[in-house]
Design a protein around this ligand. Structure first.
Ligand code: SAM
Length: 204
């Protein structure tokens, strides 16, 4: 999918998720699970394919030290504005999730969040992303992925199965998964049938 063009023409329906109470409840539960039994600050979180930073900002508000990375400068400008409006600290980096080290991402992260990037990458890119994430994830880290069910959707994300996710992330296992509860607009649901799920991965 050409995100550069999508953002240029103002096409970013994934940002509507913040207005979807069921989705917000789902993702909040996922965040709470990683925080349970601890007090903030919770540690470093990496929001890969952060877009306009919506979910990274939510993590920052909760007490995570967040870095967001994206390849599209245009959307990072919007992310910077959002960060400012939210009055939180969040580092924003222009770079590719398949080349985190090159982008200067070399800290140790306790949480890696991906709301919609992995499932649009090709196989080689997925493996590269997983390798790079593995390199920066701490020994007790969690990876959270939001992924559509697999289906040919032209230039749009083709999705992934649980097996494909585990194959891309050797040394990691899916501990849990569930529906994201995101309700896309009706025509999108009918045409694309995203059937989005979240996956929680931990080292084996
Ligand atoms: C579906 S959007 C989700 C954005 C954001 N996570 C959200 O939920 O609002 C996917 C994002 O991944 C970014 N992206 C795609 N491929 C990428 C790559 N290889 N490296 C970094 N970011 C990438 C896109 O620019 C886009 O912002």
């Amino acid at each position: 999918m050409n995100y550069e063009l999508a953002y240029k023409v103002g096409f970013h329906p994934w940002e509507d998720a913040i207005e979807d109470p069921e989705f917000v409840e789902t993702i909040t539960d996922l965040f709470e699970r990683e925080e349970r039994g601890r007090d903030p600050p919770y540690g470093r979180a990496l929001d890969v394919g952060t877009g306009s930073g919506i979910w990274g900002i939510e993590l920052a508000k909760r007490g995570w030290q967040v870095t967001g990375i994206d390849t599209v400068e245009r959307v990072l400008r919007r992310a910077r504005n959002r960060v400012e409006d939210a009055d939180v600290e969040m580092e924003l980096v222009l770079g590719d999730v398949t080349e985190l080290e090159t982008a200067g991402i070399d800290d140790e992260y306790q949480l890696v969040l991906d709301t919609g990037t992995f499932h649009g990458l090709n196989r080689a890119q997925r493996e590269a992303m997983a390798r790079e994430v593995d390199a920066v994830a701490g020994p007790d880290a969690t990876v959270l992925l939001l992924v559509w069910d697999p289906k040919r959707r032209g230039p749009l994300p083709r999705g992934a199965t649980r097996d494909e996710i585990e194959a891309a992330f050797p040394g990691w296992t899916v501990t849990d998964m569930g529906p994201s509860q995101f309700t896309a607009p009706k025509p999108v649901e009918l045409l694309l049938t995203p059937n989005e799920h979240w996956y929680r991965l931990r080292r084996e």
